[in-house]
Design a protein around this ligand. Structure first.
Ligand code: ACK
Length: 304
């Protein structure tokens, strides 16, 4: 029912148009698998490039999540969030249409042996800062106040200027001003990025997003994985891990090619510090995203 989408009628797109744009969802147009199903590249008749997310499965749960996502994301506009352009629910299809981001996900860049070289330090820092701003907007500045719940590299897309944009709001939940925490029996996050209280008890909050953000920061700085909590019980030895990374001289890979051989040790350490603060076991001890953004931006100001 279109009415359930509120003012989203203008967001409804025609199935024939989307089939034409994606060559009938051909394999050649497939970008990959996302959280909800396959993602296809498309080009509209006016030349505009789009990414079409085709929801798989016909469960009621899937449809509810889709509607949730459409209503939420359509209202959000921020330079660090992927724009939702529209959706289509014709013929049992459940399609979400997004702006197309040519550089794909941070996951591919960060952990690809060739492409990671393109991520010199100044870019990594901007990505760390951009994700923080997008997340702060979700948590506090958008009128909706949203907890993302599944923040990880594959949900961070990069635009043509390598500006990061957070995607996949299907698991995000609206929360009221006086109900800033939730609990769910259906845990929607990803192992290794979920805060302990969320992975173990389903308790999510803005602070569980902060935890995932901390894991992201440590992974973006070091190019390594597995900084997050594992439900199997093995607590990651964060400091040992980072110390080893530092000793191996891997940090020196992060020198800024555009500035010659300048190595931003202070910035690198600052980001590691912020990452470690964010992945503290006790949620109350983690900083808010407002504090993180301030720490990152006041630092770049003081460097200038
Ligand atoms: O790393 P990628 O190339 O970037 O592979 C994944 C894949 O689809 C499954 O999520 C890509 N993808 C998702 N959304 C978009 C988008 N809006 N623009 C471009 N690529 C996208 C993602």
């Amino acid at each position: 029912d279109v009415q359930e989408f509120g003012n989203a009628e203008s967001l409804l797109l025609d199935l024939a148009t989307l089939k034409h744009a994606t060559n009938n969802f051909s394999e050649a147009n497939k970008l990959g698998e996302g959280g909800f199903g396959s993602v296809y590249k498309g080009v509209l008749v006016d030349g505009q490039e789009i990414a079409v997310k085709r929801l798989s499965g016909t469960s009621a749960q899937g449809l509810i999540e889709l509607k949730n996502e459409v209503v939420l994301v359509a209202k959000l506009q921020h330079r660090n969030l992927v724009r939702l352009l529209g959706c289509c629910l014709e013929d049992n299809e459940k399609l979400l249409v997004y702006e197309y981001l040519p550089n794909g996900s941070l996951d591919k860049f960060l952990f690809d042996p060739i492409r990671r070289v393109q991520l010199e330090w100044s870019r990594r820092y901007k990505i760390i800062e951009g994700i923080a701003r997008g997340l702060l907007y979700l948590h506090e500045d958008s009128r909706l106040r949203i907890i993302h719940r599944d923040l990880k590299e594959s949900n961070i897309l990069l635009d043509e200027d390598m500006n990061p944009k957070i995607s996949d709001f299907g698991f995000a939940k609206l929360f009221d001003v006086d109900e800033t925490q939730g609990s769910t029996s259906r845990i929607a996050g990803t192992q290794g990025y979920m805060a302990p209280e969320y992975a173990l008890h389903g308790a999510f909050s803005t602070k569980s997003d902060v935890y995932s953000y901390g894991v992201l920061v440590l992974e973006i700085v070091t190019g390594r994985k597995n900084f997050g909590f594992q439900a199997s019980g093995n607590a990651p030895d964060l400091l040992g891990y980072i110390w080893q990374y530092w000793n191996e001289g891997r940090a020196l890979e992060l020198k800024d090619q555009s500035l010659g051989d300048v190595f931003h040790a202070e910035e690198v350490l600052r980001c590691i510090h912020i990452g470690l603060l964010c992945v503290q076991e006790e949620a109350v001890q983690r900083p808010s995203m407002a504090t993180v953004v301030l720490a990152l931006s006041s630092y770049s100001v003081s460097l200038a």
